[in-house]
Structure formats: structure tokens, C-alpha cells
Write a protein that binds this ligand. Structure first.
Ligand code: HEM
Length: 391
């Protein structure tokens, strides 16, 4: 029986231990790292069907839920005041609806000039200080952090604090460290929510908390989710995106020669890298018949999204990185009612951050071999802890 999850050895390929999942049935039993048994889904069609099925639940307090997340995240996700990402409808949708207007394509179009300015200013600062540079701290992390902190109304002078706490929460295996990080971030956001600067937190406080539609605790935990999900993910995509493009010079050349390829290249990177994998977890709340098997009520379900996004039935020659591919149907943002709320924001950031970097720093290259990079552990958002570059 295959163990899930397993760590990557290359920043842009699925864990080698998942090779077995590519052969044979689209779902099978797996032994989770905490000793629990669950179903692991590797087929594209079955993954989409299950993620859209109302008989599966995202609620971590349901019996049988696959609990493979770091301990501090597990504590937040099972607390009575857990965020909407780990609740089912109608509670989930009640909060999602309050946020959706901030993340529409139209709203993001309005924000684009500001994001463009942030990208250029970040490159100016990196060029002034280097070479060399750690691309994570000089570029990948500041861009999405600045954007989400401005959207929410979180003061920029606190960025080192919230970046550090978020990183500890998603990465630390020490329950004490990560528990303290959760506590300090919640305390910080609670204090901020007393008298929030202009932004989404202030709007929610006035429109939702003020009318009794949302509790103050809910506002704080929602803000923590948006702040964390809003910078850790896109930051990882920028770092791994740069590595992938540098390691595939023909594809980088194609991207450079034709601005029309940028949007497609970003979708292909999202598919190829599939950085949010081990967060795609569910439990069946009724029996579900699928692909000749019965997932019983109470059975945990994990989605091997990196393998789902390389299912040859959905993507021809799936291991080929091809910026000209039409990959928009990938599941890198999930699927169904919980599909990523911030996907339009992430797309705008990636479509600006990646090509602008290669345009303005044409000699950019890795300062260490790819196999020496410090990769993130299997249970968290995939990425690198540091990315030494020069130009
Ligand atoms: C490239 C970057 C990103 C990736 C790959 C990504 C991936 C995902 C995935 C896979 C899910 C589904 C989780 C599930 O079904 O259980 C999700 C949900 C979510 N994402 Fe993202 N995300 C990214 C960027 C962002 C950004 C920038 C934000 C901004 C705030 C964000 C906010 C959220 C929220 C709030 C949810 C929960 C939605 C719900 O439950 O209705 N994400 N994301």
C-alpha cells in the first residue's frame, strides 16, 4: 500500500514515490503518514467528480477525516471558530459570498496597475542590492505579500512578522513553535480588527460584523486565512515558476518572444507544479460508488493533485512542460465549491511577476544546481525555502 504524502526530490516533478499511482486504478487505498488509512485519488475524471460531490465534506471535525496537516493548522481547522475553507455549505458559502466581490476578474483589472508598480519597484530594489540575491526574499515573497496586505489593510511595516509566523505555521513540525505562531498571528489580527485601516478587513467589520452577519472571531480567522493563503502560495509559484523556466530554456524563449503566450504559460506552470497538493482533503459523509469501488461514509479521501494534473487522459504527454499547451482545465486551484477564491488575483500576479522579471533581468540564472535547493516538506505548500540567483 502506497504511503501518502511523500516528498518531492525535484522542485517541478511529483514525488517519485507516486510513480506507482500513475499505473492502474484511478483510486486506491493508501496509508497516511499519521497511520490512518484513506482513499488516494489519482485519476482526473474521478478527482473532479469527487471534488464536486456534495457527499464529500471539507469539515475536519468529521470522523475519519485525513489529518495529515501540520499540528498548528490541525488545531485551527478543528476549533469551533474554524475558517470557511474547512466548513461545508451553507456555512462555507455564507462567508465566501461576503468576500467574492473583492476577487472578481473586474476588481483585479482595477488593481492591475498597482500590482505592476509593485513588481517594478521590487525589481528596482533587487537590482540595486545585487547580484547575487535570494529570489524568495527579494522578489517572490514581497510581491504577493505587499498586494494582499494592501487589499486587506494590514500595515506593511508588519510584513516580516506576518511572513515569519505564516512560514512557521505551514512548515514547523514542532507543535509548540507553530502553536505560538498561530496564537501571535490571531492576537495581532484581533488587535488590528479593533480599528482596522482601510481595506477588506475594515469593510467586513463595517458591513458584516456591524450588522451582526459575522462575528468578530470569524473576521479574525478569515483575515488570517486570506493573509496566509494570499502570499505563501503565489510566492511559491513565482519561485518554482522561475526555476522551471530557467531549466527549460526553449520554453522560456517561447515566453519571451511572444507576450501572447503568457496567460497560457501561467496555466501550464500551475498544472505542472501543482504546489497546493496536500491541502486537498475530504471525507465521505455518505457511501459513494465510483470507478467500481465504494467509498464508505467516514472514509478519508486525499487527492494526489500532482498526479491528477498529469493524467494522460486529460493532458497529452503530461510530463512535458509546454507553455503553448491549453491547460486551463487543471485542478491546481481545486474544483467544486471550494475552488480557490484568490485564483484571479494569483493569475494577475503571476502574469506580471514572471515575464517582467525575465524582461528586466535578462541574464538571470540559478546560483546553485537545482538538486541542491532546499525543498519544502511533503505536508505543506510545495516550494523552496531559499532561491539563490545571480545575473
Ligand atoms: C497560485 C496560487 C494559489 C494556489 C495554487 C491556490 C490553491 C488553492 C486550492 C487548491 C484551494 C482549494 C482547497 C480545497 O478545495 O480544500 C484553494 C482555496 C482557497 N484559496 Fe487559494 N491558491 C492560490 C492563491 C490564493 C490567493 C492569492 C488567495 C488570496 C486570498 C487564496 C485564497 C484561497 C481561499 C480563501 C480558499 C478557500 C476557498 C473556499 O473554501 O471556498 N488563494 N486555493
Amino acid at each position: 500500500m502506497i504511503t501518502y504524502p511523500q516528498a518531492r526530490t525535484c522542485p517541478y516533478h511529483p514525488a517519485p514515490g507516486y510513480d506507482e499511482l500513475r499505473e492502474g486504478p484511478p483510486l486506491r487505498r493508501t496509508r497516511l503518514i499519521n497511520g490512518q488509512e484513506a482513499w488516494v485519488i489519482s485519476g482526473y475524471e474521478q478527482a473532479r467528480a469527487l471534488l464536486a460531490d456534495s457527499r464529500v465534506s471539507s469539515d475536519r471535525t468529521n470522523k475519519g477525516f485525513p489529518m495529515i496537516m501540520p499540528p498548528a493548522i490541525a488545531a485551527v481547522q478543528t476549533s469551533p471558530n474554524r475558517p470557511f475553507i474547512v466548513r461545508d455549505d451553507p456555512e462555507h458559502n455564507r462567508v465566501r459570498r461576503m468576500l467574492i466581490s473583492e476577487f472578481t476578474v473586474r476588481r483585479l483589472k482595477e488593481l492591475q496597475p498597482e500590482i505592476e508598480k509593485i513588481v517594478h519597484a521590487t525589481i528596482d530594489a533587487m537590482l540595486a542590492a545585487g547580484p547575487p540575491a535570494d529570489l524568495v526574499t527579494a522578489y517572490s515573497l514581497p510581491i504577493p505579500s505587499l498586494v494582499i496586505s494592501r487589499m486587506l489593510g494590514v500595515p506593511w511595516e508588519d510584513h516580516e512578522f506576518f511572513q515569519r509566523q505564516t512560514r512557521t505555521i505551514v512548515q514547523s513540525r514542532d507543535p509548540k513553535d507553530s502553536g505560538e505562531a498561530v496564537g501571535s498571528l490571531l492576537a495581532y489580527l484581533s488587535a488590528l480588527a479593533q480599528d482596522p485601516p482601510p481595506g477588506l478587513i475594515a469593510r467586513l467589520k463595517e458591513e458584516q460584523v456591524g450588522t451582526g452577519a459575522m462575528s468578530l472571531d470569524d473576521l479574525v480567522v478569515t483575515s488570517m486565512l486570506l493573509l496566509g493563503a494570499g502570499h505563501e502560495t503565489t510566492s511559491s509559484m513565482i519561485s518554482l515558476g522561475v526555476i522551471t523556466l530557467l531549466e527549460h530554456p526553449d520554453q522560456l524563449a517561447a515566453l519571451r518572444s511572444d507576450a501572447g503566450t503568457v496567460a497560457g504559460a501561467v496555466e501550464e506552470l500551475l498544472r505542472y507544479l501543482t504546489i497546493v497538493e496536500t491541502a486537498l482533503l475530504r471525507v465521505a459523509v455518505e457511501d459513494i460508488e465510483i470507478a467500481g469501488e465504494v467509498i464508505k461514509a467516514g472514509d478519508g479521501i486525499v487527492f494526489a493533485a500532482s498526479i491528477v494534473n498529469r493524467d494522460p487522459a486529460a493532458f497529452e504527454h503530461p510530463d512535458r512542460f509546454d507553455v503553448a499547451r491549453q491547460a486551463n482545465h487543471h485542478v491546481a486551484f481545486g474544483f467544486g465549491v471550494h475552488q480557490c477564491l484568490g485564483q484571479n488575483l494569483a493569475r494577475v500576479e503571476l502574469r506580471l511577476a514572471l515575464p517582467t522579471l525575465f524582461e528586466r533581468v535578462p541574464g538571470l540564472r540559478l546560483a546553485v544546481p537545482v538538486d541542491e535547493l532546499d525543498l519544502r516538506p511533503a505536508t505543506t505548500i510545495q516550494g523552496v525555502n531559499a532561491l539563490p540567483v545571480t545575473w
